[in-house]
Design a binder for this molecule. Structure first.
Ligand SMILES: *Cc1c(COP(=O)(O)O)cnc(C)c1O
Length: 489
C-alpha cells in the first residue's frame, strides 16, 4: 500500500547529511579534485536529495506501483490499446547478442540483425499485400507523416504539383489530420453516414485534380468495416489520388483481409499495438510504412537490401527517396519483438487473431447494450463505441463511468473519442483476454450502471480508491508542474 512517508518527491524526503551507499576513498590520491581545471568544476555542490537506501528503494517501488499496465489488469482502451505482449518477446529482445550491437557496425558483422529487419519487412508484406516496407519510422504518427511524404514525392516525380489536399473522414484518429498538416497538406473532411461509415455521396464532390490522397482506417474507429471500400478506392484513384491506410490497429484484419486487396497504396502499422511491444509513457514505438509495387523508390533511406550473393547490406543511396526520417533503420528491438511474435504464432495461428478480437468485442457489446446506448447496432470488428448510459436521466456521464472503473481496478476505455457522439465510450478487449476476465468486466460495467441509478453521487465523485481523486484535466494539460523548486529554510 502507499505509505505517505515514501510518497511525494524524493527531495521532500531529504535529510541533511543522510547517506545511503558510500564510495570508498579514492584509489588515485595523485589526482585530487583540485587537479580538475577550475573552469570545469562546480562553484557549489549540486543540490541532491540526501536519503538512506531503504527510503530511496521504497519511494521508487511505491511510485512504480501507482502505474497501471496490461500486467496489472484488464485494459479495454479502444483504438490505441495494447494488444498481446508475450513474455518470450521480452526475453528475445533482452538477449545480449542483440542488445550489444551498434548501428554503425560493418554490415558483415550484423547479418543476423539485418535478417530480422528483412524478415519482418517480408512478413508485413505478406500480411498486408504491400510490395515493400520500411521499418524506419518511430511511431504511428511518424509513419503517417512518412507515408504522406512518399505520396507527395510520387506526385511531384510526375510533375503533378497541384495535389495539395488530403481527405480525412470525420471519424479518423486525430493523428491523421495532424500528420497531413505537418506534411504541409490541406485537410478536407468527409462526413460519416448515420451508420458510421464514410458517406460516399459526401465524398464525391470533394474529388478533383488537387487531391493528393485519402486517409482511411478500416475497420474504422467505430470498429466498423467500411463496406463501400471498393467504390471509395475506385473514386479516389479515378481522380488521380492515392489511398492511405491507417493500420495502427491491424489485429482484426490479420490473416483475414489485406489492405492492398482493398485498393490501398500506402499504409502504416503500429508494431507497438498490433505486433506486441508494450507502449506507455510515449515509447518506444515503431510505425513501419508499406507501399504497393511501383512506389518503392520513394521510401526513405537507409534501407536493408539483399546483395546478389544472398548477404544483406544497408543502402544509404538516395535517388527518388525521401532521405532519412529517422536515425539509422528504426527501433531495432521493437522490430525484433514483432518478428518474434509473428514467427511464434506462425501462419496458422495468426489467422485466429482477427476472429478472436472480433468475437470478444461483440460479446461485450451484446451483453451491455441493454444498459449502455449503442448508437450503431450490428456486428463490429475489434472494438465498438457506446454513447454513455441508455438512461440519460441519471446525469451520469462517460467521464463518471471511466473514473468509477478505476475504483474497481480497471483501466478506463477510450472516452470522448470518436467525436461523432457526445458521450463516446470506446471499448476494445483485444484477442487474448479470457472469458472470465471479460465476464468480470461486464459485471462491473453492469454494476456501475446500477449504481448510476441508485447512488449516482458515488459514481459522480469517483474515483475513491486511487492515490489521487479527480484531477483538473485542463489544468493538468495546460499548466503541468514539471519542476520542483527547493524551499530554502
Ligand atoms: C495509435 C493510433 C495512431 C497513432 O500512433 P502513435 O504511435 O501513437 O503515433 C494512429 N491511428 C490510429 C487509428 C491509432 O489507433
Amino acid at each position: 500500500m502507499n505509505n505517505r512517508l515514501y510518497g511525494n518527491l524524493i527531495f521532500e524526503l531529504s535529510q541533511p547529511g543522510r547517506r545511503a551507499y558510500s564510495l570508498p576513498e579514492t584509489e588515485f590520491p595523485e589526482y585530487p579534485v583540485s587537479s580538475i581545471p577550475a573552469a570545469l568544476r562546480r562553484a557549489a555542490d549540486a543540490e541532491l536529495p540526501e536519503c538512506d537506501e531503504l527510503t530511496v528503494v521504497r519511494h521508487y517501488t511505491n511510485h512504480s506501483a501507482n502505474n497501471f499496465g496490461v500486467n496489472n489488469g484488464f485494459y479495454p482502451l479502444g483504438s490505441c490499446t495494447m494488444k498481446y505482449n508475450p513474455v518470450i518477446n521480452e526475453e528475445v529482445a533482452a538477449m545480449p547478442a542483440f542488445t550489444s550491437l551498434h548501428p554503425l557496425q560493418p554490415a558483415d558483422t550484423v547479418q543476423g540483425a539485418l535478417a530480422v529487419y528483412r524478415g519482418l519487412e517480408k512478413s508485413l508484406c505478406a500480411l498486408t499485400g504491400m510490395g515493400e516496407f520500411t521499418l524506419n519510422p518511430f511511431a504511428g504518427a511518424h509513419g503517417e507523416l512518412t507515408g504522406l511524404m512518399v505520396i507527395r514525392a510520387y506526385h511531384q516525380s510526375r510533375g503533378d504539383t497541384k495535389r495539395v489536399k488530403v481527405i480525412v473522414p470525420d471519424s479518423a484518429h486525430g493523428t491523421n489530420p495532424a500528420s497531413a498538416a505537418v506534411c504541409g497538406l490541406e485537410i478536407v473532411e468527409v462526413k460519416s453516414t448515420a451508420d458510421g461509415l464514410v458517406d460516399v455521396a459526401d465524398l464525391k464532390p470533394l474529388l478533383g485534380d488537387d487531391i493528393a490522397a485519402m486517409m482511411m482506417t478500416n475497420p474504422n474507429t467505430l470498429g466498423l468495416f467500411e463496406r463501400e471500400i471498393p467504390e471509395i478506392t475506385r473514386l479516389v484513384h479515378d481522380c488521380g489520388g492515392l489511398m492511405y491506410y491507417d493500420g495502427a490497429n491491424l489485429n482484426p484484419m490479420l490473416g483475414v483481409s489485406r489492405p492492398a486487396d482493398m485498393g490501398f497504396d500506402v499504409m502504416h502499422i503500429n508494431l507497438h499495438k498490433t505486433f506486441s511491444t508494450p507502449h506507455g509513457g510515449g515509447g518506444p514505438g515503431s510505425g513501419p510504412v508499406g507501399v504497393r509495387k511501383g512506389l518503392e523508390p520513394f521510401l526513405p533511406m537507409p534501407r536493408v537490401i539483399e546483395n546478389a550473393d544472398g548477404t544483406l547490406a544497408i543502402d544509404n543511396g538516395c535517388a527518388d527517396a525521401l532521405g532519412a526520417v529517422s536515425a539509422f533503420t528504426g527501433n531495432f528491438l521493437v522490430a525484433l519483438r514483432a518478428y518474434t511474435y509473428i514467427l511464434t504464432l506462425g501462419k496458422e495461428n495468426i489467422r485466429m487473431v482477427g476472429p478472436l478480437a472480433t468475437l470478444n468485442a461483440n460479446y461485450i457489446k451484446e451483453r451491455l447494450k441493454d444498459l449502455y446506448e449503442l448508437p450503431i447496432d450490428g456486428l463490429c470488428k475489434h472494438e465498438f463505441v457506446f454513447n454513455g448510459l441508455r438512461d440519460k436521466s441519471t446525469g451520469i456521464t462517460t467521464m463518471d463511468i471511466a473514473k468509477r472503473l478505476l475504483d474497481y481496478g480497471y483501466h478506463a476505455p477510450t472516452i470522448y473519442f470518436p467525436l461523432l457522439f457526445h458521450e463516446s465510450l470506446m471499448i476494445e478487449p483485444t484477442e487474448n483476454e479470457s472469458k472470465e476476465t471479460i465476464d468480470a468486466f461486464i459485471d462491473i460495467m453492469r454494476r456501475i450502471a446500477h449504481e448510476a441509478a441508485t447512488e449516482p453521487e458515488t459514481v459522480h465523485s469517483a474515483p475513491h480508491n486511487t492515490p489521487i481523486s479527480r484531477v483538473d484535466d485542463v489544468l493538468a494539460a495546460k499548466q503541468p508542474v514539471l519542476t520542483f523548486r527547493q524551499l530554502k529554510n
